[in-house]
Each structure stands twice: as structure tokens, then as C-alpha cells.
Design a protein around this ligand. Structure first.
Ligand code: HEC
Ligand code: HEC
Ligand code: HEC
Ligand code: HEC
Ligand code: HEC
Ligand code: HEC
Length: 403
């Protein structure tokens, strides 16, 4: 079932092979567009569910006319009878492709610098989660290190990881500590967490579910989002993100932008749930809320400890943005600096404002206000260059008086 285990080299190779079959690709592309239009009409509602013929993605025997297709790569067969692994479907060889023309998969890794997505200081940042291009082609501070056997050059474990060295902890081969190597449960944890053995990379963050192997979500890519708010396991949660610091049976809730913010504006973006709670203990405890911040804190739990003796000791997260001291000037939603919302119940789509209308003094700063999830052009996976930023953007978007 370990269809993530594949080196980047193989992935590149298979992509070159694959583009030999351009004719077939284009005809399937047209079929796909027709299908998309037929199924979706021109509605803006999202159904984050795969579409298209089964053979775009599945193979019954990993064999065709006695041999395997060159485009599949030589590491299969993969679990769920898939022709590719995560990177295989979510990678593009060029810098311009943001969505795979055959399967419709959103691209998270371009082999050339992404030339699409939100732009800051003349550099484009790819889809909402950013792109693994920079961590692979610039340096290891620009993203999560998900490539097998290629650990972070600077960090031995995830900064702020609360459990790595506890007696029963998972050690440096835990997904919480490192994403470049397969998870192996310690002997005492094996009976409970053994079902996660072998996971790493994409599957350290995505498609993790349930307390044991019996409570796993079986089908994420085929899950039907009823939308617009995606907030249940039946819908595969927001971007297939569950568990972690929010606890078992929880996941991330949000509104999924239908092109993953390939196009974006103040009223065209993802929405994320937040919840202001007392500063955490830093341990891997459940805060029981389906928030993005809780998700990040599954591996960076200590960063949830924010106050000591009434003073901020770490930048607040899931903290309400006040309406005094210049904060009140952040009123028009900027997709470069997202905020979390207190309650998405009844929302019919993204909102164009911050701390206005129904959410006055309720919107929050969160991990993704400053960071991207996958990779970015800047150190610390930031959304802007922390060492040079002095203009209207970034920190200044909220701290308007600190220019
Ligand atoms: C056979 C191709 C294929 C494989 C293999 C594959 N994906 Fe996908 N993935 C897709 C397609 C197509 C979509 C877009 C579905 C849609 O329209 O929203 C998608 C969407 C996603 C999304 C976004 C969901 C959303 O709500 O928009 C995530 C996250 C994701 N995949 C993660 C993964 C991970 C992690 C793996 C490996 C465990 C993986 N994928 C393997 C094809 C694939
Ligand atoms: C665009 C790619 C894509 C297409 C097209 C696709 N699938 Fe899948 N399918 C996936 C991925 C990726 C998984 C991985 C499991 C997951 O997401 O949890 C999967 C998992 C499955 C599973 C196992 C999980 C479950 O739901 O029980 C079955 C069965 C399945 N697909 C059947 C089909 C059939 C039948 C078709 C054609 C009608 C089809 N798929 C078309 C990508 C695709
Ligand atoms: C499954 C565990 C896991 C989750 C969940 C996770 N991280 Fe990480 N994070 C790591 C690991 C491991 C490292 C250190 C190695 C690396 O950079 O890959 C890291 C490093 C980082 C770094 C420093 C990067 C560098 O190299 O300097 C930032 C920033 C970061 N994470 C932010 C986030 C944010 C924001 C989220 C939520 C969207 C998040 N992380 C969720 C495991 C995780
Ligand atoms: C550190 C955790 C983490 C890792 C590792 C990770 N993702 Fe994600 N992924 C996220 C988060 C968080 C989002 C939502 C980003 C947002 O909305 O800003 C996301 C979004 C996505 C999306 C939707 C497109 C987008 O940019 O929003 C896809 C597809 C996806 N991930 C696939 C993958 C694949 C494939 C891998 C491995 C190559 C991977 N992810 C590794 C956390 C992670
Ligand atoms: C207000 C913006 C902001 C918010 C919110 C924020 N960070 Fe950061 N983060 C930064 C900056 C700036 C840096 C790098 C410089 C520094 O640490 O002062 C950083 C660095 C990091 C690092 C690397 C630390 C190291 O030792 O190299 C990790 C990991 C990280 N952040 C994770 C998170 C997580 C997880 C959250 C949510 C709980 C979060 N951040 C919220 C701005 C932010
Ligand atoms: C999305 C809005 C937002 C962004 C972006 C943001 N902050 Fe903040 N920041 C806040 C909020 C909210 C507080 C807490 C205000 C309160 O309740 O006291 C805060 C508090 C702080 C404090 C502590 C102030 C105190 O009274 O102790 C500092 C310092 C700070 N931020 C620096 C930064 C820096 C540097 C950046 C850019 C890397 C940044 N912030 C980005 C919203 C933001």
C-alpha cells in the first residue's frame, strides 16, 4: 500500500516518458473538459472528488500487452491498483502546469519554478499550499522535506515537536519528527499505531485518520464533498487533513477553493476554521477543534504555548485580531495573509472582509497567516521575505502602525 515510496529520480523519468504520448493526452484532455463541464456546469460549487475514466488512474494488473506502461514508472504496482504514487500524480515537469491535464490533479511540485499563483515581489508562489520546487531546488529551509532519504540539512526534528524524545515517544523516525523517512512505531506503540508503519512524506500529513486500523477513512479521493463547508470525515475533511493536535475523529474544516487558489482575489480563496483556546500545554493533546492551527501543532505542539506571566512568548496563533492599535485597518481579505474564522456554519462561500460584518473582532491570526504548508520561495516556508519586508504587506498587513 506504500505508494509514496518512490524516488524523485524515478518520478522525473516517468514524466519524460509520459510526455511522449502527447496525442493521447490531448484527446483525453478534451474528453476531460467536456466531462467537467457536463458534470459541474458552470457552477462554482466544489466537489473535490476525482472524475474521469477509471483507467486514467487505476490498472488492474500493472501490465499491458505483457509489460508495464513506461509512463507508470518501475516502482509499482501501488496500493488501490493505482498507476502512480502521490508525487507521480501531483508533479509536473514544467513550471506552468498547475493542474494535471489528464487526471485533473492539482500540482504541488513543479520541476521548474512555478510561473503561476499569487505573486509577491515579482515571485509567484504556486497553489495555496505553495510548492515543493523551492525546497528541492533552493534549500531545505524553504519547505517540508518530504523526499525519501533526503533529510533537512539544518533540522534534526520538527521544531516545537513535543513528543520526539519522550520515553514512549516515536523517536526521529516518527512522522511528527521527520517526514523524509518511513514511520516505525516503537514496540509499545506498535499494537496501536503499527498500522501507520511505512508512512512518510505526503502521507505524514494527508490521509491520516482514526485511532486504529479499523477506523480508517477508506476512500479520500472518491469522497463526495457536499460543500461549501467541508467539515466531516465523510467529505474527507479539508484537503484530506485530519487528526493531529485536534484529536481523533477530528480533522480540518474549511471551504475549499475550487482551483486551489490558482485564481485568487479578496473574494476567491480558501477559508479556514480557527478557535481561540487557552494556551496549550505543548503536549500532543486534543484541543478538539477542527482547525488548521491544531493540525500544524500535531507536530509543532510547543508553538501552541504562547503566553507566560501575561506576556507573549511566542507569536499568537488562533488569537483574535483586535480592532484597536491599527489592527482595525486590516479589513479587506488578502489571500497572501489569510486569517482563520470562528465559525463557518451557514457560510455559502468565501468572504471578502476581515473582522467586518458578522465576524467583528472574531477573525484570528493562525499558522498559515505567515507560512505556507508545502514550500515557498522564502526561508521558514514564509509567505514573504522576513529579512527584507518593510512595505505594506506581510507583518504590516495586521500590524499596520509598525511600518
Ligand atoms: C492517480 C492519480 C492520483 C494519485 C496517485 C494521488 N492523487 Fe491526489 N488527487 C488526484 C486528483 C485527480 C485530485 C483532484 C480531485 C479534485 O477534483 O478535487 C487530487 C486531489 C488531491 C488533494 C486535494 C483534495 C481537495 O480537496 O482538493 C490532496 C490533498 C491529494 N490529492 C493528496 C494526495 C496524496 C497525499 C496522495 C498519495 C497518498 C495522492 N493525492 C495520490 C489524483 C491523484
Ligand atoms: C483521477 C484519478 C482516479 C480516477 C479517474 C479513479 N480513481 Fe479510484 N482512486 C483514486 C485514488 C488516488 C485512490 C486512492 C485511495 C484514496 O484516496 O483513499 C482511489 C481509490 C479507489 C478505490 C479504493 C477505495 C475505495 O473507495 O474503496 C476504488 C475501489 C476505486 N478507486 C475505484 C475506482 C473506479 C471504479 C473508477 C472509475 C469509475 C475510479 N476509481 C476512478 C484515483 C482515481
Ligand atoms: C506530520 C508532521 C508535521 C506537520 C503536521 C506539520 N509539520 Fe512543519 N515540520 C515538520 C518537520 C518534520 C519539520 C522539520 C524538517 C523539515 O523542514 O521538513 C518541519 C518544519 C517546519 C518549518 C521550518 C522549515 C525549515 O526547514 O526551516 C515550518 C515553518 C513548518 N514546519 C511549518 C508548519 C506549518 C505551518 C504546518 C501546518 C500547515 C506544519 N508545519 C505542519 C513536520 C510537520
Ligand atoms: C506538513 C504537512 C503537509 C505535507 C507534508 C504535505 N501536505 Fe499537502 N497540504 C497540506 C496543507 C495544510 C494543505 C492546505 C494548504 C492551504 O490551504 O493553504 C495542503 C494542500 C494540498 C493540496 C491542495 C492544493 C493546494 O495547494 O492547496 C494537494 C493536492 C496536496 N496538499 C498534496 C500533497 C502531496 C502530493 C504531498 C507530498 C508530495 C503533500 N501534499 C505534502 C499539508 C501538507
Ligand atoms: C506572525 C507570523 C507567524 C505565525 C502566525 C506563525 N509563524 Fe512560524 N515563523 C514565523 C517567522 C517569521 C519565522 C522565522 C523567524 C523566527 O522564528 O523569528 C517562523 C519560524 C517557524 C518555524 C521554524 C523554527 C526554527 O527553529 O527554525 C516553525 C517550525 C514554525 N515557524 C512553525 C509555525 C507553526 C506550527 C505555527 C502555528 C502554530 C506558526 N509557525 C505560526 C512567523 C510566524
Ligand atoms: C494575521 C494578522 C497578523 C500577522 C500577519 C502578524 N501578526 Fe503579529 N500579532 C497579531 C495578533 C492578533 C497579535 C496579538 C494581539 C493581542 O491580542 O495582543 C500579534 C502580536 C504580535 C506581537 C506581540 C505584541 C505584544 O503585545 O506582545 C509581535 C511582536 C508581533 N505580533 C509581531 C509580528 C511580526 C514580526 C509579524 C510578521 C512576521 C507578525 N506579527 C504578523 C496578528 C498578526
Amino acid at each position: 500500500m506504500d505508494y509514496t515510496r518512490r524516488s524523485q529520480k524515478v518520478c522525473k523519468g516517468s514524466y519524460h516518458n509520459r510526455y511522449r504520448n502527447k496525442g493521447i493526452l490531448y484527446s483525453s484532455f478534451i474528453t476531460l473538459i467536456v466531462t467537467v463541464i457536463a458534470i459541474k456546469g458552470f457552477s462554482r460549487l466544489v466537489y473535490a472528488k476525482v472524475i474521469g475514466v477509471c483507467s486514467n488512474c487505476h490498472t488492474m494488473h500493472y501490465s499491458q500487452n505483457g509489460t508495464q506502461e513506461p509512463e507508470w514508472g518501475d516502482e509499482g504496482p501501488y496500493g488501490y491498483l493505482l498507476t502512480k504514487d502521490c508525487l507521480g500524480c501531483h508533479t509536473a515537469t514544467d513550471g506552468g502546469t498547475w493542474k494535471d491535464p489528464v487526471t485533473g490533479a492539482p500540482i504541488v511540485y513543479n520541476l521548474s519554478e512555478p510561473s503561476y499563483g499569487i505573486e509577491y515581489n515579482g515571485v509567484k508562489q504556486g497553489l495555496a499550499g505553495g510548492n515543493f520546487y523551492w525546497v528541492e531546488h533552493l534549500d531545505d529551509t524553504r519547505g517540508h522535506n518530504i523526499f525519501p532519504g533526503n533529510p533537512d540539512d539544518n533540522l534534526a526534528i520538527a521544531p516545537g515537536e513535543a513528543w520526539a524524545y519522550s520515553p514512549d515517544g516515536c523517536g526521529s523516525n516518527s512522522c511528527h519528527s521527520n517526514l523524509d523517512r518511513p514511520f516505525q512505531a516503537s514496540q509499545s506503540f506498535d499494537p496501536i499505531h503499527g498500522y501507520l508503519n511505512g508512512r512518510y512524506g505526503c502521507r505524514g500529513c494527508h490521509m491520516v485518520s482514526g485511532y486504529n486500523r479499523f477506523s480508517q477513512i477508506k476512500s479520500w479521493h472518491h469522497a463526495n464533498d457536499s460543500g461549501p463547508v467541508v467539515d466531516s470525515k465523510e467529505e474527507g475533511w479539508f484537503r484530506f487533513l485530519s487528526g493531529h493536535y485536534s484529536g481523533y475523529e477530528h480533522g480540518v474544516a474549511g471551504i475549499e477553493d475550487d482551483d486551489w487558489q490558482y485564481t485568487y482575489s479578496k473574494s476567491d480563496h480558501n477559508e479556514y476554521l480557527g478557535k481561540q483556546v487557552a494556551s496549550g500545554t505543548g503536549s500532543f493533546v486534543s484541543i478538539g477543534a477542527n482547525t488548521m492551527t491544531a493540525f500544524c501543532c500535531g507536530c509543532h505542539g510547543v508553538f501552541h504555548v504562547k503566553k507566560s506571566a501575561g506576556e507573549w512568548i511566542r507569536h499568537p496563533v488562533d488569537r483574535i485580531i483586535p480592532i484597536t492599535n491599527g489592527y482595525e485597518l486590516y479589513t479587506e481579505y488578502d489571500p497572501l495573509v489569510p486569517v482563520a474564522r470562528p465559525d463557518l456554519t451557514g457560510w455559502t462561500g468565501p468572504r471578502a472582509t476581515v473582522n467586518q460584518g458578522g465576524t467583528v473582532q472574531k477573525d484570528m491570526v493562525m499558522c498559515l497567516s505567515c507560512h505556507r504548508a508545502h514550500g515557498s520561495p522564502y526561508p521558514d516556508i514564509l509567505r514573504w521575505d522576513y529579512s527584507t519586508i518593510m512595505d505594506e504587506k506581510g507583518c504590516i498587513t495586521c500590524h499596520t502602525t509598525k511600518k
